[in-house]
Design a binder for this molecule. Structure first.
Ligand SMILES: [Zn+2]
Length: 192
């Protein structure tokens, strides 16, 4: 019964349907592969053990939260034209505003980085290091200095090239045992 003419007639009549069915099957296969191979969402399993007793002094006398901390949520960088996690808080302030030691501590590093500008790292004990970035060039402290809570460790600048279009601000990062944690754990920005 199956001869060439029958096959020809079959495709003449049902050719489009066969093509359609094959397309659907292909589509389902592609979608299935895409779902199976979908990369796992980036999530940090690192849960900081936060000492609730530790409370920071305000790093600026007058500040406005400009960009909040985000661990996994991507935020758009106007300067870099890309989405990235912002593991710090950006506090808007006039250029030249005093930047304050949030706790007693020791300056472990005074450095410059093209992307983050002038940086002061302050070890405040308890495994916590406060990283102040985008500071003005005029930095009154040096590595090894012991500073007291409330003392001036620098001035607000706009030296962080990666955040240049955000204007003058303090980029404040908090490291707990070397890992970025949310500065809001130690700071009260809610009323700002
Ligand atoms: Zn920032």
């Amino acid at each position: 019964m199956i001869n060439k003419t029958n096959v020809k007639n079959f495709f003449k009549t049902y050719g489009y349907w066969v093509a359609f069915a094959l397309s659907i099957a292909l589509l389902i296969t592609i979608v299935t592969i895409a779902i199976v191979n979908k990369p796992a969402p980036i999530e940090e399993d690192f849960t900081p053990v936060v000492n609730e007793e530790i409370k920071f002094a305000d790093p600026l006398a007058d500040m406005a939260l400009m960009k909040d901390y985000s661990n996994t949520k991507l935020q758009y960088s106007n300067t870099l034209k890309l989405w990235q996690a912002h593991k710090a808080v950006d506090l808007a302030a006039e250029e030249g505003t005093d930047v304050i030691a949030v706790l007693d501590g020791t300056v472990t590093e005074v450095t410059y980085n093209y992307l983050m500008g002038n940086i002061v790292k302050l070890d405040v004990g308890g495994g916590i290091t406060v990283v102040y970035a985008s500071l003005a060039s005029d930095i009154p402290v040096k590595q090894g200095d012991a500073v007291t809570k409330g003392s001036v460790i620098g001035k607000v600048g706009k030296t962080a090239k990666s955040e240049a279009s955000d204007g003058a601000h303090l980029h404040l990062e908090v490291l707990l045992n070397g890992e970025s944690v949310d500065p809001n754990l130690y700071l009260d920005l809610s009323a700002k």
